[in-house]
Design a binder for this molecule. Structure first.
Ligand SMILES: O=C(O)CCC(=O)C(=O)O
Length: 278
């Protein structure tokens, strides 16, 4: 699936952009399914928010449950002073996570595309394991910033193997909060680790190497249908979406079963829903 040049680029730079990976019909099916999940979600009963900048706002219990479920998390700015959603719920969702690839037939097909397995093989993952899937909405006006981070903080393995698949379901531009990456930044240290201790989740500091700024990073302005694959140590993030259009994307996080998955990682699976490959 990947050419030797693409594999070399990914190893050198820490990321690879593959335009035209998915056709319009596939994007529409995934988008429609995402909106149907939001429609069916009880926004009166459950209003967990997700904020990458203010972690304390996200409920540990909701996040832990979502590791083996399909949960909607809302934008922090989607609530009025009365504590109720201040807009249509389809325009209020931050993301859906984190086990759609195991629990939902549409996402099962999408994320278990055999080309994903071929990409993993090209990048040297011997036994890919699919831990986490997300739909990130970045809704118009209130789509939250995703601060600079490394995905290995969330999926620590020895050695580091986590690889991220980021799929643009809509055009991503600087205006609507496209992904930013630091080319070559995957050669830096792991700066922090998100760990679970019983019912509690916390971010542990490991290394005080500063995060990149937009001066060190590059914006990945990509059309709908593009796949971006990147190394788990690559610093990346995205700005808030203050534009009038959404920036829908999906992500998949894969580790190598040949590496040791940390028992302290926030997301653990049990025998009722074991982690599986493609
Ligand atoms: O889609 C985004 O804005 C960022 C997603 C991301 O960084 C992640 O899921 O690790």
């Amino acid at each position: 699936m990947l050419t030797p040049d693409q594999i070399r680029h990914c190893h050198d730079q820490g990321f690879l952009v593959l335009p035209g990976f998915h056709d319009a019909a596939t994007l529409a099916a995934v988008r429609d399914r995402s909106l149907a999940i939001v429609d069916a979600f009880d926004a009166e009963g459950e209003t967990a928010v997700f904020s990458s900048r203010e972690r304390a706002l996200t409920s540990d219990a909701a996040l832990i449950a979502s590791g083996s479920g399909v949960h909607c998390f809302f934008e922090t700015e989607a609530f009025g002073a009365d504590g109720r959603l201040n807009r249509d719920k389809q325009l209020a969702v931050n993301k859906i996570g984190h086990a759609m690839h195991d629990l939902d037939p549409v996402f099962h097909r999408f994320f278990r595309d055999p080309r994903g397995a071929a990409i993993c093989a090209g990048l040297g993952l011997q036994r890919p394991l699919l831990w986490q899937s997300q739909v990130i909405f970045k809704p118009p006006g209130i789509g939250g910033e995703v601060r600079w981070h490394q995905d290995a903080s969330f999926f620590d393995t020895t050695p580091q193997t986590v690889t991220t698949f980021w799929y643009a379901l809509e055009d991503a531009t600087r205006d609507n909060g496209c992904l930013w990456v630091q080319p070559g930044g995957h050669r830096g240290p792991l700066r922090e680790r998100f760990v679970r201790d019983g019912d509690r989740l916390q971010m542990e500091a490991l290394d005080d190497t500063p995060w990149p700024t937009t001066a060190d990073g590059v914006p990945l302005e990509v059309p709908a249908g593009t796949l971006v694959v990147f190394h788990g140590l690559l610093p990346h993030g995205s700005a808030a979406n203050r534009s009038a259009v959404s920036r829908l994307a999906c992500t998949l996080h894969v580790t190598d079963g040949a590496a040791a998955y940390s028992p302290r990682n926030w997301l653990q699976r049990t025998d009722t829903l074991p982690v599986r490959g493609f």
